[in-house]
Design a protein around this ligand. Structure first.
Ligand SMILES: Nc1ncnc2c1ncn2[C@@H]1O[C@H](COP(=O)(O)OP(=O)(O)OP(=O)(O)O)[C@@H](O)[C@H]1O
Ligand SMILES: [Mg+2]
Length: 580
């Protein structure tokens, strides 16, 4: 889509509001011109020719023009600001929607704070260009054309002088404008860099304090601020230079008009009234040209923002899939799945074959980094296989409607995210129908009921950002409860009980086995004691499935599984022995 088409699409349904702001600005400019024009009438006809009977009329018209100007002057910013706010909301909503529908892999290309900067900087500046700067540019243009015609009519010589001075200003400021474009881009980039650092600095407070790195952190901040400061000062200097050029333009015009006007008035080529308004009109014309040029240069500078935001908005959304989800889900199969996170790096999964039959407990075990969580990501469709396919009852997973699939699947991730909201909000997470009975049952199964009993506001206790006010084990219990509330057909638990004490882990495992009997559960676990009763255990190593079978089958012979299991048992025994 071209930028112009994109803008038109953005201001869809707002044409009336935009027209209104143009109209108000035009009327504002018109009344402003009228107040100056009326002075000629007052001076030439009323004062010089002595037509005192017209005084009341002239004064009334002055009053009407001033009142209209005052009303319009307050009304037009209001309408423009309203348009601007609506546009900001639209751009931000589009950005959020796009970011939530693009492939997950796109996120790795930028830091999250950079995306945040698009929301609270770029969106605001774009809305300002469309709702305020462009209408003001049109107002200046129309006023400048009207003034050019009026001055040209009064005195062509004067018009030539004013035009010549204005063109010189334009040429000089354009040259500077090109330099400011480079610097203002630099200012934006340095500002983003600084903001990114500040946000990350706040997020990493715990680590910085724990590792005594405050002075190291301050040094980085100071370095970044210095760079930012330098470019801002450079930008300021350039702007001062532009003002330095614009001032002589104003003096030049003043001197030319006073000299030429006084000469023409003395020789009675123009009346005194014309001399007065000519002086004011030419001054207004110069000011208008300046405004117009400044806006044009600013628009030119902000073009980059439009491109930056459109680059994000133009990202292809992930395919949603059209096929209905087969009911019930009899089996999910990975067929020769190979997957790589980054191009030109070695695959994280290699020709993986898995069969996850309905109602079974399937376990994925293996060393750290062997690719277990990646399998959960592929199941969630956050990533897509490079080769091979994932099938649900023979239907390719990618072709199934995403929403239907995700409604039937719950994942407890290794590092669950929590909103800084109440426990209830974090558990329900927008689910529309959750009965109190079901909620209570899930709270008991996951021992979250024990947790909330000790909290002053129970379920309505607000937990800190990312659940910081909870312990690791408490967070895991909440995450399991959240997944179970959905009553999913397939449940994936990725190291979901690793931070729990043995007794609680055993209790929750028993509850899960009991309540999810006949439902598909995939367990990713390091503690093998939690999966010994699984129907199928897949053992992974370096992105490959190296063994599969039940616990008893895998304990026969010299298997990787047996080695892992024996090592854990030995370890546990040693720990038991070392406890006095
Ligand atoms: N977002 C990512 N971008 C790039 N590489 C990644 C990403 N996530 C994981 N990896 C890499 O993929 C490999 C498999 O990671 P994965 O998280 O699937 O391992 P895992 O078996 O779950 O390990 P663990 O038991 O430690 O949780 C690792 O080598 C890891 O470095
Ligand atoms: Mg993992």
């Amino acid at each position: 889509m071209k930028t112009s088409a994109w803008i038109l699409n953005l201001i869809k349904n707002m044409k009336g509001a935009f027209l209104l702001s143009f109209l108000l600005l035009m009327l504002e400019a018109g009344t402003n011109l009228a107040t100056t024009g009326l002075q000629k009438w007052l001076i030439d006809d009323v004062l010089i020719k002595g037509q005192y009977d017209q005084l009341f009329k002239v004064v009334s018209l002055f009053a009407a023009a001033f009142i209209s100007y005052a009303v319009l002057y307050t009304l037009s910013p209001y309408v423009m600001q309203r348009n601007e706010l609506i546009l900001i909301a639209r751009i931000q909503e589009k950005l959020l929607y796009t970011l939530q529908s693009i492939p997950f892999s796109e996120y790795r290309k930028k830091q999250t704070t950079k995306y945040v900067h698009y929301f609270n900087n770029d969106a605001l500046l774009i809305a300002d260009v469309l709702a305020a700067q462009i209408p003001k540019a049109i107002q200046s243009l129309v006023t400048a054309v009207s003034l050019t015609l009026i001055i040209g009519y009064i005195s062509p010589v004067l018009l030539v002088i004013v035009l010549w001075l204005s063109i010189s200003y334009y040429v000089a400021s354009k040259k500077m404008g090109l330099k400011t474009k480079v610097i203002s881009r630099e200012v934006q980039d340095r500002k983003t860099e600084l903001l990114v650092h500040i946000e990350e600095g706040i997020a990493s407070t715990r680590e910085v304090v724990a590792y005594h790195r405050r002075s190291w952190e301050s040094a980085i901040y100071n370095g970044l601020f210095e760079k930012y400061f330098k470019v801002v000062m450079q930008e300021g200097k350039l702007q001062n230079k532009i003002s330095f050029i614009s001032e002589p333009l104003k003096w030049g015009t003043n001197i030319a008009v006073i000299g030429y006007g006084a000469y023409a008035a003395m020789h009675e080529q123009i009346s005194l009234g014309v001399f007065v308004i000519m002086y004011q009109f030419s001054f207004q014309l110069v000011t208008n040209y300046q405004q117009l040029f400044d806006i044009v240069i600013q628009l030119y500078n902000r073009k980059a923002l439009f491109e930056r935001v459109r680059e994000v908005l133009d990202l292809e959304p992930e395919a949603e899939g059209q096929e209905a989800l087969p009911v019930p889900i009899d089996e999910v199969c990975f067929e020769q799945v190979t997957f790589t996170y980054e191009e030109d790096t070695k695959p994280v999964l290699r020709q993986v074959n898995l069969r996850i039959p309905r109602g079974r407990k399937v376990a994925l075990v293996g060393s750290s980094g062997s690719g277990k969580s990646t399998i959960a990501q592929l199941m969630l469709r956050l990533q897509v296989p490079d080769e091979g396919t994932i099938r649900v009852n023979q239907v390719e997973l990618d072709s199934i409607k995403r929403s239907e699939w995700l409604n039937r699947l719950s994942v407890v991730p290794q590092e669950p995210y929590f909103f800084p909201e109440t426990i209830r909000t974090n558990l329900i997470l927008g689910l529309s129908e959750v009965s109190d009975h079901h909620l209570q049952k899930v709270l008991e199964m996951t021992r979250v009921d024990d947790l909330i009993r000790d909290l002053p506001n129970g379920l309505d206790t607000v937990i800190g950002e990312r659940g910081m006010t909870l312990s690791g084990g408490q967070r895991q219990r909440l995450a399991i409860a959240r997944a179970l509330l959905k009553d999913p057909e397939i449940l994936i638990l990725d190291e979901a009980t690793s931070a729990l004490d043995t007794e609680t882990e055993y209790f929750i495992q028993k509850m899960l086995d009991l309540h999810r009997a006949g439902r598909t559960t995939i367990m990713i676990a390091h503690r093998l004691s939690t999966i010994v009763n699984a129907d199928i255990i897949y053992v992974m190593e370096n992105g490959r499935v190296v063994e599969q079978g039940t616990h008893d089958e895998l304990m026969k012979g010299n298997t990787v599984y047996k080695r892992l299991f024996t090592a854990q048992v030995m370890n546990n025994q040693n720990e038991m022995v070392s406890i006095p």
